[in-house]
Design a protein around this ligand. Structure first.
Ligand code: KPL
Length: 332
């Protein structure tokens, strides 16, 4: 039986959207946020949310620091925060490259059998957590909900999407039945919210299709400094997009993962549907933040290497974006 309380680690647009939609559905949520944002006490975060129908609502979401007092050097024993509560159900919505540090901050609060749902762009983190936290049940989710935070205390739910939850193949097949039931329970609970939530028995296929789309769009928007839709009128970008998709298709075929549809056609359709979007990678680049390139194209290159499949285009893009982002960070 699931508890009616989720901790959310990663208070970006998607983490905040889930927290607010959960509150509306009477599912308790606590945002775990950096100490600098919480003044080190359990407190709450104000958010003015604009929903899809244009209606607005003010939320006060419970927050806790995402780093325990014992490993936060600036905290003194005089700190008045209550002892950290155990975490039994967690959604990880940080950027992929922030996951390890974020998890380290709360690891000692995770209970035996804690449920962790990893919901972020890119891949590799859930597999890493399966190894690092064998006592936890790791699930993965992928969402197409569109949300952004124009300011620190406002959130806009800009596009209706769908969220799919599933389990990566288990290293221990005897756990499969139990995990299937837990995944179904998570879906049933989250379906009480206004979000569209589904279970996916073959989530790997969905994750790889999403990965292919991110590989084909995100680095190219940084390379050409353009919005998603502009890639479609740039013949050089389209050529690279097609090659990236072909490399992804080769790896997926070798791994026995069937794409939902033709990857290049899907990537072009997503670029068209999100025409005026500034991709998450270009947003990170423009804000001088680290990009997710190593969990997107870089992850693909590593997987391909283990299968001895050539991925020259993904490799070149990984290198180019890494260098470009580094140069950019020097100018920050
Ligand atoms: O997921 C995205 C991202 O920006 O990370 C896409 C699908 C490219 C939409 O912008």
């Amino acid at each position: 039986m699931l508890e009616n309380h989720w901790y959310i680690l990663g208070a970006g647009a998607i983490g905040s959207l889930f927290a607010c939609q959960f509150e509306r559905a009477n599912i308790r949520s606590t945002l775990l946020i950096r100490a600098s944002q919480t003044h080190l006490k359990n407190t709450s975060k104000s958010l003015d949310v604009t929903f899809l129908d244009g209606s607005k609502q003010h939320f006060s979401i419970q927050t806790q620091p995402s780093v325990q007092a014992s490993i936060q050097p600036s905290l003194t024993p005089l700190d008045e925060s209550p002892p950290p509560t155990p975490i039994r159900q967690l959604i990880l919505t940080t950027k992929a490259h922030q996951s390890q540090t974020a998890i380290d901050g709360i690891q000692s609060r995770l209970t035996e059998g804690a449920i962790i749902v990893v919901m972020q762009n890119g891949m590799g983190v859930a597999e890493q957590l399966q190894v690092q936290l064998p006592q936890c049940a790791i699930f993965v989710a992928t969402t197409t909900e569109g949300a952004h935070r124009p300011t620190e205390d406002s959130l806009i739910h800009a596009g209706a999407g769908e969220t799919w939850i599933g389990k990566l193949p288990s290293s221990n097949p005897k756990d499969c039945g139990k995990e299937y039931i837990t995944a179904q329970n998570i879906v049933e609970q989250w379906q009480r919210s206004a979000l569209s939530i589904h279970y996916d028995r073959n989530i790997t296929q969905r994750l790889w299709t999403k990965l292919a789309i991110n590989c084909a769009i995100n680095p190219l928007t940084v390379k050409y400094q353009c919005n998603n839709g502009a890639l479609l009128t740039n013949p050089e970008a389209l050529q690279l997009m097609e090659e990236v998709c072909q490399e992804l298709q080769n790896i997926m075929t070798a791994k026995g993962i069937h794409a939902h549809s033709d990857l290049f056609a899907t990537a072009k359709q997503v670029a068209k549907n999100t025409h005026s979007n500034i991709s998450s990678m270009l947003q990170d680049y423009r804000n001088h933040r680290p990009t997710e390139i190593h969990f997107i194209n870089g992850y693909v290159v590593n997987e391909a290497n283990t299968l001895s499949i050539p991925t020259p285009v993904n490799q070149a893009l990984t290198l180019e974006i890494t260098n470009k982002a580094y140069q950019n960070s020097l100018g920050a």
